[in-house]
Design a protein around this ligand. Structure first.
Ligand SMILES: [Zn+2]
Length: 231
């Protein structure tokens, strides 16, 4: 794929964030990876969505250094770069927002239990909440260490089976095969966060959905014999 095509794709992904109600002001960013070149395209820092143009997007290498673009990249660029370095063989798009239902769970320091099939369709189990960063990690290289905390929290987990997480006291990060998939998962994450909060409100102490139901829903979409959707 040409970098220009990727840039247009990532631009659309960024514009989809306010469209889906995930972002107010400039509180969010999407990026997309060019695997062959080892580069990714990301939103510039602090530019309002209503004036954002495709040519404003910034191209960075996997160390997060700017390769092309006149604007500063998103301040979260080192987090995106860290996730691509760890998972770039599978993950081709990353999104970060402060969407409010997901943030509420992050601020509570809680993983989102899988209470039903909406979540089971996309997340194999909980939406995990990562630990908070230490004072040293925040002082030293905050955004890079945010990425490291996510990668550390996913040790033994498959990032493609749980395409998003919460970072404690911060908010949601999501990813997918490309930037559009990462946006899709950001929308799912905020919706299931809202549903789970309401579920607990109606039924305090409710347990997760039975494992066999969770398995059924995840497997029919993502398993070796998936049959959901059109051929
Ligand atoms: Zn943030």
């Amino acid at each position: 794929m040409m970098l220009k095509e990727l840039r247009d794709e990532v631009y659309e992904a960024n514009m989809d964030l306010p469209k889906h109600g995930l972002v107010v002001f400039t509180w969010g960013n999407a990026s997309g990876l060019d695997r062959e070149r080892g580069l990714f395209v990301i939103k510039p820092s602090g530019v309002d969505y209503d004036v954002l143009k495709p040519e404003d997007l910034v191209i960075c290498d996997l160390d997060g250094k700017v390769v092309e673009g006149t604007l500063n990249p998103s301040s979260d660029t080192p987090t995106h770069a860290c996730l691509y370095r760890a998972w770039g063989d599978r993950v081709g798009g990353v999104v970060h927002t402060h969407s409010s239902w997901a943030v509420a769970w992050a601020q509570a320091g809680r993983s989102i239990p899988c209470y039903g099939t909406t979540q089971a369709d996309y997340f194999y189990g909980d939406v995990p909440c990562m630990r908070g960063l230490t004072e040293e990690e925040i002082a030293e290289a905050y955004e890079l260490n945010t990425g490291r905390v996510i990668v550390e929290g996913f040790e033994g987990l498959d990032p493609m089976a749980q395409p998003g997480c919460l970072v404690r006291n911060h908010g949601p990060f999501s990813w997918g095969v490309d930037a559009a998939a990462a946006v899709y998962h950001a929308v799912v994450l905020d919706e299931v966060a809202k549903m789970a909060a309401r579920t607990e409100l109606l039924a305090p102490g409710v347990g997760p959905a039975p494992q066999y139901l969770q398995d059924k829903h995840y497997q029919r979409k993502h398993g070796p014999n998936a049959y959901y959707g059109q051929k």
